[in-house]
Design a protein around this ligand. Structure first.
Ligand SMILES: [Fe+2]
Length: 249
């Protein structure tokens, strides 16, 4: 089994025994009664890996598509330079690990450094890959079925949005993450510092907000609050709902 199929199977059965319906293009669209604009490849992040290497996935829209909420130049630099740097770092550290195993070099300091690089760049690559889909021009209403789960786990959609916004605004260098936690089969909000701290192992990110300064400084300077408010206006809840459908039991 190649890695792409293995990843698909983990999402389908290992994490949450997702039904065939859940990853079926048409069924997901039918379930929400809305136009499908994210392919299964987008939902499962398959464009972030190709030919046995991690790669920079294309954006699902033009660089200027999110203006004025997100300026085209800032988005292009974020994607082409910052995200690419995590992809490059991730492939590089995996190669270093391969070399170290080949040489039998398990010096503890090297192992620690490589492990840290792997977590940093790997999480950075995954979170950015989700981040691009976490926004859509003009924003989109939360699908009804997903809103019911949000109300169950957070009390109301309004309380969830207030909590998610405030969690984002309080992050300095990291990510606000809406995630599915498969043990309790519930949605949770995480403040993931750097790329890898404060996480809940096993929880699957559904929608994320990049709170690293490189994500917003060109346009918003140090006004992280305005960045979050504008992000919330273009948040792609439909994408979050589709990832939720794809991974839950
Ligand atoms: Fe970023």
């Amino acid at each position: 089994m190649d890695r792409k199929n293995a990843r698909r199977n983990i999402l389908k059965s290992g994490l949450a025994a997702a039904s065939v319906m859940a990853v079926n293009h048409l069924s997901v669209a039918d379930q929400h009664g809305q136009h499908e604009n994210n392919s299964n490849e987008d939902i499962l992040l398959e464009k972030a890996f190709a030919e046995d290497r991690y790669v920079l996935p294309p954006l699902p829209y033009d660089y200027d598509a999110l203006e004025p909420h997100y300026q085209g130049q800032a988005l292009e630099i974020h994607h082409k330079r910052h995200h690419q740097a995590y992809v490059t770092g991730l492939n590089a550290v995996l190669e270093k690990m391969d070399n170290a195993r080949r040489d039998g070099n398990y010096d503890p300091s090297h192992v620690r450094a490589y492990s840290s690089d792997l977590a940093f760049n790997g999480s950075g690559h995954e979170l950015h890959s989700i981040f691009w889909h976490s926004m859509t021009a003009g924003g989109v209403e939360m699908p009804d079925s997903f809103a019911r789960q949000v109300r169950r786990d957070f009390g109301s959609v309004e309380r969830f949005k207030a909590h998610f916004s405030q969690a984002n605004k309080a992050i300095v260098g990291g990510w606000g993450v809406l995630a599915y936690e498969p043990i309790g089969q519930r949605l949770i909000i995480l403040q993931v510092m750097e790329h890898q701290d404060n996480t809940f192992t096993g929880a699957v990110p559904l929608l994320v907000c990049d709170m690293w300064e490189h994500a917003f400084y060109l346009q918003y300077k140090n006004d992280r609050s305005q960045w979050v408010d504008n992000f919330m206006e273009i948040a792609n809840w439909q994408y979050a709902a589709k990832r939720y459908d794809a991974i839950r039991r």
